[in-house]
Design a protein around this ligand. Structure first.
Ligand SMILES: [Zn+2]
Length: 135
C-alpha cells in the first residue's frame, strides 16, 4: 500500500493564532516539544474533566407482547425479530406449534404457555385428549 492510500490517523484543526502564542509558551516546559502535544494534552484534560451527560436511553420495551390468545392459539409480538413480527403459536389436538420457527419447543411456545389463561386452557384441552405439553 502506498503512503497516499494509507488513511491518516490525524486531522488538522484551525485555531486562533492568539491561542498558539499561549501554547508556544509551554513548548520546552512540562515535557512539551510541540503545539500538537500541548493541544492533545489540553483537549484530553478538558474531555476527562467535563464528561457529557449520558444520553437518555429510550424506555426499553419488553421483547414479547401478547396480542391475544384463545383456544386456537396465541399471537405474540416479538420485538427481536426485524420488523417486530407477530408470531402465531397455534394449539390443535395434535399439539402446539410456532409458525415462525415451525417448532413446538421454541421461546414463543414457551412464552405462550406461560400465560395464565393459556395454562388454564391447556389443562382443559389436555383433559379432552389434546396432545399438549405438560405445564
Ligand atoms: Zn417461535
Amino acid at each position: 500500500m502506498s503512503e497516499d492510500n494509507k488513511k491518516s490517523e490525524h486531522v488538522s484543526l484551525r485555531i486562533p493564532e492568539s491561542l498558539t502564542e499561549e501554547m508556544d509558551q509551554y513548548i520546552g516546559h512540562k515535557g512539551f516539544t510541540s503545539r500538537a502535544e500541548v493541544a492533545k494534552q489540553a483537549i484530553r484534560e478538558y474531555i476527562d474533566r467535563n464528561p457529557l451527560p449520558q444520553q437518555p436511553t429510550e424506555p426499553k420495551l419488553p421483547r414479547y407482547e401478547r396480542v391475544n390468545a384463545d383456544d386456537t392459539g396465541c399471537k405474540i409480538l416479538d420485538r427481536k425479530i426485524p420488523g417486530n413480527r407477530i408470531v402465531h403459536v397455534t394449539f390443535t389436538p395434535k399439539g402446539v406449534q410456532c409458525d415462525y420457527h415451525e417448532s413446538s419447543t421454541c421461546e414463543h411456545v414457551e412464552y405462550a404457555l406461560d400465560q395464565t389463561d393459556v395454562k388454564e386452557m391447556i389443562k382443559q384441552k389436555k383433559k379432552e385428549g389434546w396432545k399438549l405439553p405438560d405445564i
